[in-house]
Design a protein around this ligand. Structure first.
Ligand SMILES: NC(=O)c1ccc[n+]([C@@H]2O[C@H](COP(=O)([O-])OP(=O)(O)OC[C@H]3O[C@@H](n4cnc5c(N)ncnc54)[C@H](O)[C@@H]3O)[C@@H](O)[C@H]2O)c1
Length: 421
């Protein structure tokens, strides 16, 4: 296939297409669940004739999601949900080899970014995919005609869901939106295993540290913090957890971690990882107590969890000692800040591995199929992903791993669903 359905593609450089194609194929090798859905979609064509618009990170994993939707019979358009993560070679390959209309250039200006979202909205999509709700926001703010055929959308992030629920609360949401971000598959695999591994990957790439024998302090024991703690334990570190929620603190204790206030942990830790979603979780009072050589990393969404300003105020000198490590002199001690306190698995590593995005995007593909069938009948609200979709993703992943499980017998099912027995 040559060229997307929209001849007005806006990409950086069409000549990068072959390099992008290799990258897409590599990711595809790690995405067996999505591949099996693509094979079924090719046979059944459940999305025949649908216009799908996606505002997502333009990466090789996203490319495989769009290939799957096209295999199902859809016409697909893509723009970036963050101009800094666009892979220009992937964008070029999507246009040349996969028939996707792409409006995304790495590093594009805010105006160009906004124009690209509008370009997608103005093509009157049936179904949208969002990572931050920009596309659905523009569709709701813009021309009414853009929403004429809207069956529904999916949303991939917490931030996007906040915006869409605000739209819903004002009575303005015009279509059902499936909260992919909150599905069990996403929580379990994306947050726990994806962020857990890639956070340590970022720290190791930045520092080349040996984790075995070290004390790692994990601040925040939510979905993501649990994954970080689990991986650190697996690498031979002793893990201390700091929490404000008694239930999660107890869970951490029973998972074999030490639990204590952050001021106590500050004196013990070799590596500190914030993953709370809050701010100033590590601040002046903690820095004042830390050991020489302590490493500070953040895996939370925003770069406010470690108070870099307070660290800078406290320090008599600061210098870049490695490309992603800045060292602050505090008295006679040196404290090392990784990736400027930005989200370390993206800033120092490659974010989630493709195998994790496989599960997320398999979930997305099945949600799109669900919306194509049921969207018109669903309430115009933010809705949970149907549990059958989570189960189907898990079933396909097990099949790809060659793992078989038991099934309930009819008698067992009766027993479990009847009050008489
Ligand atoms: N790096 C990534 O790829 C990635 C992936 C998923 C989520 N996140 C981000 O990680 C953060 C946490 O996400 P989550 O899904 O685990 O959230 P969560 O709500 O499940 O967990 C956060 C935990 O932090 C605890 N907490 C809050 N303030 C604290 C404080 N001052 N000290 C100690 N503990 C505190 C809360 O009690 C809670 O248990 C968010 O910012 C989220 O956006 C990052």
């Amino acid at each position: 296939m040559t060229g997307g359905p929209n001849r007005n593609n806006e990409i950086a450089d069409a000549s990068l297409a072959e390099r992008g194609q290799v990258r897409i194929a590599w990711a595809d090798g790690q995405m067996p669940v999505l591949r099996s859905i693509r094979e079924r979609f090719e046979r059944e064509r459940p999305l025949e004739g649908l216009r799908i618009a996606a505002c997502l990170h333009v990466t090789s994993e996203t490319a495989n999601l769009l290939r799957t939707l096209i295999a199902g019979g859809a016409e697909a358009q893509l723009c970036a949900s963050n101009p800094l993560t666009t892979q220009d070679d992937v964008a070029a390959a999507l246009v040349r080899h996969h028939g996707v209309g792409v409006h995304a250039v790495r590093g594009e200006s805010a105006d160009a970014y906004a124009a690209h979202v509008v370009a997608l909205a103005s093509r009157v999509p049936h179904i949208t995919l969002d990572d931050g709700a920009d596309l659905l926001s523009v569709l709701h703010a813009g021309d009414e005609a853009w929403r004429a055929d809207l069956l529904g959308g999916t949303e991939e992030t917490t931030t996007g869901l906040l915006r869409l629920r605000a739209l819903q609360d004002e009575g303005l949401l015009r279509c059902p939106v499936l909260a992919v971000n909150e599905s069990l598959a996403e929580r379990t695999f994306n947050d726990r295993y994806g962020t857990g591994q890639s956070t340590l990957d970022g720290i190791l790439r930045a520092t080349n540290l040996l984790l075995a024998g070290r004390t790692v302090v994990v601040l925040g024991y939510g979905w993501t913090g649990k994954g970080v703690a689990l991986r650190a334990q697996g690498a031979g570190a002793s893990v201390i957890v700091c929490e404000v929620d008694p239930m999660r603190a107890l869970e951490a204790r029973m998972d074999g971690c030490e639990v204590m206030p952050a001021l106590d942990a500050a004196q013990r830790g070799d590596v500190f990882i914030t993953v709370t979603g809050g701010r100033d979780v590590l601040a002046r009072e903690h820095f004042e107590l830390m050991k020489d050589g302590a490493m500070l990393a953040n895996a939370g969404h925003f770069d406010v969890e470690i108070s870099v300003d307070q660290l800078a105020e406290l320090a008599s000198a600061r210098r870049q000692v490695l490309p992603l490590v800045e060292q602050f002199e505090v008295g006679s001690r040196r404290l090392n800040l990784l990736a400027q306190g930005r989200v370390v698995n993206l800033a120092a590593a490659e974010g989630h591995p493709a195998a994790v995005m496989d599960m997320s995007f398999a979930n997305q593909a099945l949600c799109i199929e669900h919306l194509s069938r049921e969207g018109a009948a669903l309430a115009a609200r933010v809705l949970p992903v149907p549990p059958e979709i989570d189960h189907e993703v898990a079933r396909l992943k097990l099949a790809s791993l060659g793992v078989k499980i038991d099934e309930l017998t009819a008698a067992q099912r009766d027993y479990l669903t009847s009050w008489r027995s």
